[in-house]
Design a protein around this ligand. Structure first.
Ligand SMILES: Nc1ncnc2c1ncn2[C@@H]1O[C@H](COP(=O)(O)OP(=O)(O)OP(=O)(O)O)[C@@H](O)[C@H]1O
Length: 360
């Protein structure tokens, strides 16, 4: 869909920012460009819509050399989302989203109607449409930025560190929201980040850039974590890469155990064995926290929750982050389905590893 053929960019008087880049970006997939600061990710992204012109080489989109398309037209045909949402401060949220359709000649009424639909698509309440960007939170502004990029229904979305200015919880939400949107919209998305975790969560394929604008590895995220192409990639993906890799294996075959549950007011329930942690639940059996065997009355905050279909990484995290050492599994309604134990998660990890070894 998007092809870089021997593309080099050298800004005046500098080393190449992008050095002889050849890569092919798949249609309808998320391709993440990741690497340390200054390695040419943004420059590569911006050459796609001609915000930056290559010094040499060719970029084609759907077979067409972008240098033959007028820059303004090209930019309107691709959504662009950046780190600071880039919204126009003196225009309402709806008018910000309607900007590109208006430039493309869509009537004001139609553009606003579509903008209102898009607010819903990105998970924002319709009342926010009348506000100005400064009256929104950072996460809401980024959602508006995504809505604006989608407004002209472009086949290509370019996203430059769009979630890096928001806190980790909102960031996680925005990532999940983008994956959900992408399942429906199947755009060709090129996404820049310096965060390897974000890259592995979002990318169908990940391109790791090294300083000097060289492509160090281009592969599916599992492969980059499992088999880094060289020392640079290995050090960039970090010491936690074994742990991150667990995010690619589903933990459905784990056995869930029963656990003693107590209501919030019961504290030290009868029937609870001495020295045993008990899970404190609400009236609907949703977990609230743990009751310690030492001072049974207090509520100890719980760890992360494990849902059916979650990965080994989440399974292990739920057990390791739990004060009782027992990971809490919940069903689709958030009710306790049972608990899991770290040694059993580790045993399953080992089993998956052996299975993979046998298969290769
Ligand atoms: N307009 C410019 N003029 C001169 N040099 C530039 C310009 N833009 C970028 N560079 C240089 O090109 C190199 C690559 O920059 P680029 O912004 O593409 O990197 P990046 O990987 O996106 O970095 P970051 O993660 O810090 O945003 C850097 O050395 C940068 O200083």
């Amino acid at each position: 869909m998007i092809e870089f053929q021997s593309v080099t960019k050298q800004y005046q008087g500098g080393q190449p920012a992008v050095d002889n880049l050849t890569m092919s970006i798949d249609k309808g997939a998320i391709t993440v460009l990741v690497g340390p600061s200054g390695c040419g990710k943004t420059t590569s992204l911006r050459m796609i819509n001609r915000m930056v012109e290559p010094s040499s080489g060719t970029i084609t989109v759907a077979g067409k050399d972008v240098s033959t398309v007028p820059a303004a037209q090209l930019r309107r045909s691709m959504g662009y989302v950046m780190q600071s949402s880039g919204l126009l401060p003196h225009r309402s949220v709806l008018d910000n989203i309607a900007t590109v359709p208006r430039l493309n000649g869509v009537s004001k009424a139609d553009a606003r109607k579509r903008a209102a639909e898009l607010l819903d698509v990105v998970g924002l309440a319709s009342v926010l449409g009348k506000r100005y960007p400064s009256q929104l939170s950072g996460g809401q502004q980024q959602r508006v930025g995504v809505a604006r990029a989608l407004a002209a229904d472009p086949p290509v979305l370019l996203m430059d560190e769009p979630f890096s200015a928001v806190d980790p919880v909102v960031r996680d939400e925005l990532q999940q929201e983008l994956l959900r949107l992408q399942r429906e919209l199947a755009k060709t998305i090129v996404f820049v980040t310096h965060d390897i975790d974000e890259a592995t969560v979002l990318g169908d394929k990940v391109a790791v850039f090294a300083v000097g604008g060289k492509l160090a590895q281009y592969a599916a995220p599992e492969e980059i974590l499992r088999a880094p192409a060289n020392d640079f990639v290995a050090s960039f993906v970090g010491r936690d890469r074994g742990f991150r890799h667990l995010a690619f294996d589903v933990a459905d075959s784990l056995r869930l155990h029963s656990v003693t549950m107590v209501g919030q007011t019961e504290g030290q329930s009868a029937g609870r064995r001495a020295g045993e942690w008990a899970l404190v639940v609400d009236d609907e059996s949703r977990p609230l926290g743990w009751s310690s065997p030492r001072d049974g009355a207090g509520l100890v905050p719980g760890g992360s929750l494990f849902h059916k279909g979650d990965t080994l990484r989440r399974a292990l995290d739920s057990a390791l982050s739990s004060p009782s050492g027992l990971g809490v599994a919940v069903d689709d309604d958030g009710r306790v389905a049972g608990v899991l134990k770290a040694p059993e998660v580790l045993a399953l990890i080992e089993e998956v590893r052996r299975h993979r070894e046998d298969a290769t």
